[in-house]
Write a protein that binds this ligand. Structure first.
Ligand code: GUN
Ligand code: ZN
Length: 429
């Protein structure tokens, strides 16, 4: 089949602050040809006779967004009032996660969550389910049914968590081994060793997680680091011998090219150098960082140190699954820090940049021929204010920046996974 519209993707990483960038590939009124679920070509000529055609003339077509850090069970605590991180976990989040001991609940939530991602223009995600093995089975099964690229794993927590949400070193290892055997590398699914954060795993459990990563370098690793100042102080008390919070993970063997660290707000130069040397990534979660009052992420310093930075919703700390809303928040976080985030930098971080950081650049994140056709079609403007703003924009960056800032899931027209339509809203015109 073939889709026509205004194609926007990246051939490389745009430089910080550049509103005109050779890395931007904008191909208006082009056809995207999809064969066998993969991108076959991008061209101005229509496809050969007999190809099913979907004409989205005048609309933007982008690679589906990649959310590199999001919690499926926390869809039920999005927008919970009145707490910072540690309080928020005990007051709102742990009770919601405990409900996933119920298999029917965890299955229904997994399907709801993935459909919600698709309805927000996110086609791939790195996900925390819960400590319960069944929550991982449910999420992977639902992802497989939709053909989605999902990276996830059982949350490890053997201390400082309520009854019903704790595992132990032995059961955690057994569950992980079973889940890895069942799901890792099956279709578009991959397993991530999932340490909630250093406060909720004993040193023994951290070591176990590190051994698993070392034994199989194809496994991902995901956790939280240096999000909130009270959290950082607590980690210092729990691990007095570590040089820093990140160093707790490094010492346990959890810092490598497949590691995804959420937040990374309160890091120092040595931490950034260690992340860059390992080829690890920070999943910057601006909406969550603002909502929980966690702090302002130093994207420019991370970039200057050579650290991979991707973008994440971190729902339910974050207040929207929309990666566009998160990009708008990322711009505001940088503005508070005296920096300017271009639309190119933000969009790249949620597409090709994330794919690169995950080692998935041949599969997702761009319109390179051979990539899987995970593609989203967007209205350029919804509502009179956005429409008026779009009309007066003079340059491509001005137009796309206003779109990124004003758009949300209401702008989404259709989401394709491997060339199959998985979400479609009725076209307004
Ligand atoms: N740190 C440990 N657990 C969590 C979580 O669920 N969300 C966020 N934002 N930070 C965490
Ligand atoms: Zn998180």
């Amino acid at each position: 089949m073939a889709l026509r519209g205004d194609l926007l993707d990246f051939s490389a990483a745009p430089a910080w602050g550049e509103t005109e960038s050779a890395a931007v590939r904008y191909r208006p009124a082009h056809w995207l040809l999809v064969e066998g679920g993969r991108i076959a070509a991008v061209q101005t000529e229509p496809p050969p006779e007999g190809w099913p055609r979907h004409d989205y003339a005048g609309r933007l077509i982008l690679p589906g967004f990649i959310d590199t850090h999001v919690h499926s069970p926390q869809i039920d605590v999005i927008a919970s009032y009145g707490t910072e991180l540690l309080d928020w976990l005990t007051t709102h989040t742990f009770p919601a996660e405990a409900r996933h001991a119920d298999i029917a609940h965890t299955e229904a939530t997994a399907s709801f969550f993935l459909d919600a991602l698709l309805a927000h223009g996110t086609t791939a995600a790195v996900v925390f389910p819960t400590v319960h093995k069944a929550s991982v089975d449910a999420l992977f099964a639902a992802a497989e049914a939709r053909g989605m690229r999902v990276i996830a794993g059982k949350v490890l927590m053997d201390r400082n968590a309520p009854e019903g949400l704790r595992d132990d070193v032995v059961s955690g290892e057994r569950d992980m081994e079973e889940l890895i055997a069942r799901w890792h590398g099956r279709g578009r699914l991959a397993y991530a060793v999932t340490v909630r954060f250093a406060a909720t795993s004993s040193p023994e459990q951290l070591a176990l997680a590190g051994h698993l990563c070392a034994a199989d370098p194809s496994l991902y690793m995901q956790t939280h680091v240096a999000e909130n100042r009270a959290e950082v102080r607590w980690i210092k008390e729990l691990f007095p011998a570590a040089r820093s919070y990140l160093d707790v993970y490094a010492q346990a063997g959890l810092l490598n090219a497949k590691s995804v660290f959420a937040h990374g707000i309160w890091l120092d130069d040595a931490d950034r150098a260690a992340l860059a040397a390992a080829g690890a990534q920070i999943a910057h979660s601006p909406s969550s960082n603002l909502f929980l009052g966690s702090g302002l992420f130093g994207w420019r310093a991370a970039e200057a140190a050579g650290v991979n930075v991707s973008l994440a919703s971190d729902v339910g700390g974050g207040t929207s699954l929309s990666m566009l809303r998160n990009m708008a928040d990322a711009y505001k976080v940088q503005a508070l820090a005296g920096e300017r985030l271009t639309a190119w930098k933000a969009l790249h971080a949620a597409t090709r940049g994330a794919a690169n950081a995950l080692g998935l650049e041949n599969e997702i994140g761009s319109f390179e021929p051979g990539s899987t056709a995970d593609v989203c079609v967007w209205d350029r403007a919804v509502g009179p204010v956005a429409m008026r703003r779009a009309e007066v924009a003079r340059t491509l960056h001005e137009h796309v920046f206003a779109w990124m800032t004003l758009a949300d899931e209401r702008n989404l027209v259709e989401s394709y996974i491997a060339g199959e339509s998985r979400y479609a809203r009725a076209l307004s015109s």
